[in-house]
Design a protein around this ligand. Structure first.
Ligand code: DQA
Length: 143
């Protein structure tokens, strides 16, 4: 069973980027954590990052052919992208919205998610463990 873990804009800067909010782990650390947690669940994790909205959309479409589910941290596109909302709606595999930070405890413009209504659920605020929680949720959904 394969799951896609997709990361959007600026997440390649993890570790250097606002460490007081996002912590000191790099995206490679997150990937390693996800691969290990996935393996423990019997899941193969296909972990990707792009700064480009259209690439994320292509990967969601690809996931519908290759994956049993998707965990996506869409970064700031979360708050703006109707195209990502539509891509999630267009595929039948479950998609879980993930955030490292608790977006509801931050600026007002982060409180709205354009993709949450299309997602199966939302996990935020648990640091990089948010990703592991999403993998567990995808595994439960596929059991
Ligand atoms: C984020 C929260 C978003 O508001 C922000 O734009 C990000 C990261 C998070 O993981 O906490 O890029 O998705």
């Amino acid at each position: 069973k394969t799951v896609f873990v997709l990361n959007g804009p600026n997440l390649n800067m993890l570790g250097k980027r606002e460490p007081g909010i996002y912590g000191g782990n790099t995206l490679k650390d997150v990937e390693n954590e996800c691969v290990a947690a996935g393996a423990a669940l019997g899941l193969t994790v296909d972990f990707r990052q792009s700064n480009h909205e259209g690439v994320l959309i292509d990967w969601l479409h690809e996931a519908s052919e290759k994956a049993i589910g998707v965990a996506i941290n869409a970064g700031a596109y979360t708050h703006t992208s109707i195209a990502l909302h539509d891509a999630i709606k267009a595929i039948s595999v479950p998609v879980i919205e993930v955030h490292i930070s608790n977006v509801h405890a931050r600026e007002h413009f982060r409180h709205h998610s354009a993709i949450a209504p299309a997602a199966k659920g939302v996990i935020c605020g648990f640091g990089i463990q948010s990703y592991v929680l999403a993998l567990n949720a995808l595994n439960s959904l596929s059991a």
